[in-house]
Design a protein around this ligand. Sequence first.
Ligand SMILES: Cc1cc2nc3c(=O)[nH]c(=O)nc-3n(C[C@H](O)[C@H](O)[C@H](O)COP(=O)(O)OP(=O)(O)OC[C@H]3O[C@@H](n4cnc5c(N)ncnc54)[C@H](O)[C@@H]3O)c2cc1C
Length: 437
Amino acid sequence: MPPTDPVSGSPATPATPGARVVVIGCGFAGLAAARQLADTPVQVTLIDRHNFHTFLPFLYQVATAGLDPADVAYPVRSIFRRLHNVVFRHGRVTSVDIESRRVTLADSSTIDYDHLIVGTGAASEFFGIAGAAEHTRPLYTLGDARRLRNDVLSTLEAADAHPENYDDGAPTFVVVGGGATGVETAGALMELLDVSVRQDRLRIDPQRTRVILLDGADRLLAGFKEALGRYALETLRSRGVVVRLGELVEEVTPTGVRLAGGEWIDAAAVVWAGGVTVDGTLAASLPVAHGRDGRVAVQDDLSLIGHPEVSVVGDAAAVPLAPGGAGPCPQLAQVAIQSGAHAGRQVLRRVAGKSTVPFTYKDKGMMATIGRRSAVAQLPRGLVLRGTLGWLAWLGLHIVYLIGFRNRLIVLVNWWWRYLNWPGGPRLIDADVDASQ
Ligand SMILES: Cc1cc2nc3c(=O)[nH]c(=O)nc-3n(C[C@H](O)[C@H](O)[C@H](O)COP(=O)(O)OP(=O)(O)OC[C@H]3O[C@@H](n4cnc5c(N)ncnc54)[C@H](O)[C@@H]3O)c2cc1C
């Protein structure tokens, strides 16, 4: 039975034969694809294992109690509530049969398609490091961010109640990975410690409570210009983060990490920002060529060789920078948005009987925040911003891309509230304490 539009009551069947489009994933890529297809003569079924879109760049703020989970997520049904040719299906896709053009969900139901767009993103890469998957907190989903926030706040409360349980009487937090997520999280953890002592009067010694950022490379923010990596390093160190470069993690246990040289570091919580992979995700199961990090090899128009009706977009794909195989593009929100939109447009061209056109990435730069009034921005044409200017650019751009007017307003108010140093912020442990506490 075709789905029915609950608003108009009319059947949401495709106006054009052969125009059933399935989009898997409501991340930046899937949403951009679905938006291109909205209000066109195709019938779109958008599937995600979450019933909301998550603004991943703000996850570290949820994890460090700067923002609430609801501020960085938006219900998919609300995004498409007025677009009658787009229906949402909540569920996890477990397999794609590209020969019979059918996707299967975890509850065994199936959906047939004429065109498929896969935007299932990536997952944390643990590089086979012993204990990393089991004992660290990755930062990839809203659930990850909530769990990390609970861990960090619970640790601070426990340190206030029982300082004798910690080496030096104070907890240590370790962040593994000196890319944008690691830098942002380490900087924000330091700010949370400051607020916890100054405003919440937690009895922890800020001189002895450490945030340690570890990276195996000899610099931070690989992918950014070297000067911006140096700026991030100096800023983090000046704010009290212990940054250790050239350090490889060999093992993680529930109580700490062991470095390749044998050194042991006690840690109350270990944040994993060590990298991402497509291996293990749905896209990895597609019977096509994959790159080293599992990213799916796509043609210039983002479709699969031999299957022009299937496109893979965003983090899941080795998206070419430009026609001719240059690339792949970095795994960034802009790449996901542009590639998703491109795939959506190509579906419309095929439905209209036109040939597809190649994808070309328009570089809009990249940014990372280090903390209060400090960020780095690497913009097109070699333009570089840092410090307060970089931070303002970072704030402005992220607000623009955040979905939902309410979320934008709340995040803006929240930031200025904290900027003015007024107490508040969602420092809530939303997990029940166990019986021993
Ligand atoms: C913590 C963090 C911070 C980041 N910060 C920045 C930043 O500041 N700037 C920037 O440009 N980029 C940033 N990135 C990268 C950027 O967020 C990604 O490049 C972008 O989200 C990729 O979009 P996507 O749509 O391909 O995948 P995602 O956004 O990961 O979306 C994938 C979607 O697919 C769904 N899904 C996955 N598997 C299934 C399945 N089997 N069935 C159903 N649904 C499924 C997921 O639930 C998810 O909604 C950050 C990433 C992370 C993790």
